[in-house]
Design a protein. Sequence first.
Length: 305
Amino acid sequence: MTVTDAQTDTPFESTATVPTLNGRPLPRRPRRIPLPAPESAEMPDNVICEPWGGLVDVHTVTSLVAASHGTSSPAGQTAIGNLVRAVARRRPDLHVAEAFVDVQQPNVATVLGGLAREARLSEPAAPGGRKRIVPLLLSAGYHVHVDLAEAAAGHGDASVAGALGPDQRLVKVLARRLQEAGLRRGDHVILGSAGSTDARAVADCEITAQMLGKYLGMNVATGYISAAQPELKSAVSAGQARISKRRFAARNARVVVATYLLAPGYFASLAAGCGADIVTEPLLVPDQEPPAELVNLVLDRFSRG
């Protein structure tokens, strides 16, 4: 048997001199995929999400209630807390309060009630400033449309902003996590989301996968940890099956899950055990500063809904 050089195409380089063995291309080291330029003429800085239901003069809003899902994970609690504190540092003119829709306390209604009492005690003769609830949630599902809407309805001076996603700033953080994990051209990428029984939240995740795929210039599939299909482990198995059917030179590809979760916690641990070759970190990491994109996004939702 002899090894010869032949001109052929591989999934990683369009034209190259590739060694062959008995007419079959030998595997070669694939190239890492570069991130797009920071500013893309094709993609706006964000994507307008559905309105939260009305305009509010932001000059009258004095309190930002950052409402996350809540987690029993100390790492997750730290990561979310770091984001809330970063938002507060950026807007010292606001009263920034942390609240939770599940698992942790205080809940949103309790925080709103406390802010109202503080306003009455400090300025009993003044009408007080309004309050804006910003969901620290990636998709607009039941928690946004029902839980937070009901909490705001009990306080006439409160309103609910839109969920964080879909948004191009989230896509940029996802892409950076993929690059940090060593994403290579030819890898099979899956957006790993929490999942929801609310079709609107699932649609938000599908849009995010499409945006990420366009940003990277490669296909991005979806997989859900709970309540939606395809289930993440099944999506990983399907990706591995697709890779096994590729040509010999393309079997260097891996299944890579882009973790579309805000912070470490129970769902992040399930994503880590999904069987993929690589699973990225969540958007927030407890021992790192929150990405500037996320701080800007929270404040943008506060201002624009």
